[in-house]
Design a protein around this ligand. Structure first.
Ligand SMILES: [Zn+2]
Length: 277
């Protein structure tokens, strides 16, 4: 029963990466011809000069840092967006919806809207050459797709907190969310309550590739949905996924045991007590 409702409630890194790749198709090299904020804020106010700074600017490239999408322009401005809990970009939608809060149009007539019913997302403009010093980015750890086992070992050194919680700490590793931490620990056979600093380099050498793989597989699954990115009402970044342990409490693991759920730091952890030590 529960196995059928496997659209993540919240956009995680793969959704943001997929969104950025979809936006890249329509934005790179284009000039933004029109900007319309249809309300003053999401989680916080839109920059007051957003329209003035983006209108007439050419998009030079896109990127991602942790769960933030980056739209770079030729004015040394980067539009930094966060999808919060329910945000998505829609491209060439046939009609505006109530929750389309920010509209962009490009010189070739492409229309984009940032839709966010719950409004936990954000949009900021940051000087491109100062991105590394932007407060939200300054303390972030390395990207999970780039980190090595040796670097993770250094970052976990002396830490007695549970590995599950340490992997969710954005200062240790940036952009990992609950789903992918559960899945990566399962694949690596590491018990989620184990003290982070006590995990050997050998075991981290299984964990880091597991992190890479769960993210890369989700990004690939999202990428396959991008073929439809230009369709009317096309919504970027959300795709169905299936998980080995996440949200599968009581269901069978491949080993024959049952998936268990515990609460750590106020959030559910799913794991297999037989496979994870
Ligand atoms: Zn198992």
């Amino acid at each position: 029963m529960a196995a059928l409702r496997h659209i993540a409630a919240m956009p995680e890194l793969p959704e943001v990466e997929t969104t950025v790749r979809g936006l890249e198709h329509v934005l790179r090299g284009r000039t933004i011809s029109r900007v319309e904020a249809r309300r003053a804020d999401l989680r916080r106010s839109f920059p007051k000069d957003l329209g003035q700074r983006l209108t007439g600017a050419t998009v030079t490239g896109l990127g991602r840092r942790a769960k933030y999408g980056l739209i770079h322009t030729d004015r040394n401005d980067t539009m930094v967006f966060h999808l919060g809990m329910s945000g998505s970009w829609r491209i060439n939608h046939s009609k505006l919806e109530k929750h389309d809060h920010l509209l962009l149009e490009t010189d070739d007539g492409t229309r984009l809207s940032l839709n966010d019913p719950r409004r936990f997302g954000s949009v900021d403009l940051v000087a491109t050459d100062e991105l590394g010093n932007w407060p939200a980015f300054k303390a972030l750890g390395p990207e999970p797709l780039d980190i090595t086992a040796e670097e993770l070992k250094r970052r976990l050194f002396g830490r007695s907190a549970a590995i599950k919680l340490l992997l969710l700490d954005q200062r240790i590793i940036a952009g990992l969310g609950n789903i992918y931490v559960c899945e990566a620990l399962y694949r690596a056979g590491i018990h989620p309550t184990r003290a982070g600093g006590s995990i050997s380099l050998g075991r981290l050498k299984r964990l880091v590739p597991a992190i890479h793989d769960v993210l890369a597989e989700a990004i690939a699954a999202g990428g396959s949905t991008l073929r439809d990115f230009a369709s009317p009402n096309g919504e970027l970044g959300y795709f169905s996924k299936s998980f080995a342990v996440y949200d599968r409490e009581g269901q069978p693991c491949a080993c024959g045991g049952a998936v268990k759920r515990i609460v750590q730091g106020g959030r559910s952890t799913f794991y297999c007590p037989r496979c994870q030590r």
